[in-house]
Design a protein around this ligand. Sequence first.
Ligand code: NDP
Length: 331
Amino acid sequence: MRWGLVGASTIASEWLIDAIRANEGEIVGVQSSDSKHGASYAEKHQIPFSTTNLNELLDLKPDAIYISSVNDKHRAQLEAAAIRGIHVLCEKPLATSLEDAKAMIQICAENNVQFATNHHLRWAATHQAIRGVLDRGEIGTLRSARVFHAKFLPEHLQGWRINNPAAGGGVVLDITVHNCDILAYLLGEYPEEVVSMTDHKLFGDLVEDEAMSVWRYPSGLLAYTHESFATPHAGDGLEIHGSEGSIIAESVMTQQPVGRVYIQRDGEREELATEPHNLYQAGVADFVSAVKEGRSPACDGVAGTRSLAVALAVLESASSGRKVKVDYAGV
Ligand code: NDP
C-alpha cells in the first residue's frame, strides 16, 4: 500500500513509519506546515517527497494517509483525503469536538473510504490475553475496574499538550481517550455516565495535567481512572475485578510491547502467558487488511468518536462539578 504522512510528528518518527514499512507499506511523501522541518524529517526517514501543501501530497495518489498532526487539524486533513477516495488512519483524539468527529465518520462513509483510529493499546498481547480471560468468563461476573495511567510528560512532548488548549492539549484528551478505548475493547461496553475532577500540578494553568474519574457502565460495572502528566514514579496498570477472580495487569498502559498479566484469587497469583509483539505494527496490519477486504477496521471512526465523547464528558464533569451523561448521539 502507498501511504502519505500528514504531520511530521514524533509518534510517526518513533513508531508509525516503521510500522507502515513493516507492513510492506511505501511512504511516498510527508506534509508538514513547516517546510524546513518537513524537508529534514523526509531526509531523516528516507521519504522521497515533502510539502507544506496537503493537496500536493494527495496528488501523489496514496492509497492511504496517516494523520498525526495536532488534533484540531485532523478533520480538515481527513476531509481533503476522503473526498479523493483515500483511506485514513487517524491519531487520537480524532478531533477536539464531537461535531468534528461525527463529520469525519460521515464523509468517510459517503466516499466509501476506511477510517481507523490509532488506539494502540487494544493491539497489545497483554490486553488480548485479558480479553481472552474475560470472553471465557474465567473471573465470573465483572464488578469493577481500575486504570492507572499516570506518567510524566517527557520534555520533548511538552509543547502543544500543555500550552495549546485549542489544539486539544491536556491530559484528558491525550490519555483518557486511550483508557476508554481499552476498557471498551475488554468489557465490550462504554460508560454511560462519568464524574471527575482535574487539576494543574506542574505545567501551568492552560490545561489540566491530572485527572481522576469514575465511570458507570450499562452493566452496572464501575471503573475509576487516573491520568497524569505529572507523576514520574508510579508505573502504570489496569485491574478488572470479578466475582471469581481479579485480573491484575502491570505496565500494560504503554507503547512498548511489555507488561505482565495475572489472575488473582484468594491472594494467589497465576501469570498469563503472552507473546509480545509491536502494537503499532498490529494496528497498521488490521487497517491494511480492512482496506484490502473492504471492511471496517477493528478500531474505526465510531470507536474513536466514542472515546472522545467520554473524554469530553470527563472534562465537562470536572468543570461543572456534576455527574455527566456521555453523549453518544449519532454514533
Ligand atoms: P508532535 O508535537 O511531535 O507533532 C505534532 C505536530 O507538531 C507535527 O505534526 C508538526 O506539525 C509539529 N512539529 C513537531 N515537531 C516539530 C518541529 N521540530 N518543528 C516544527 N513543527 C514540528 O506530536 P505527537 O507526535 O506527540 O502527537 C501527534 C498526534 O499523535 C496527536 O494527535 C497525538 O494525540 C497523537 N499521539 C498518539 C499516540 C498513540 O499512541 N496513539 C502517541 C503519541 C501521540 P505539522 O503537522 O505541521 O508537520
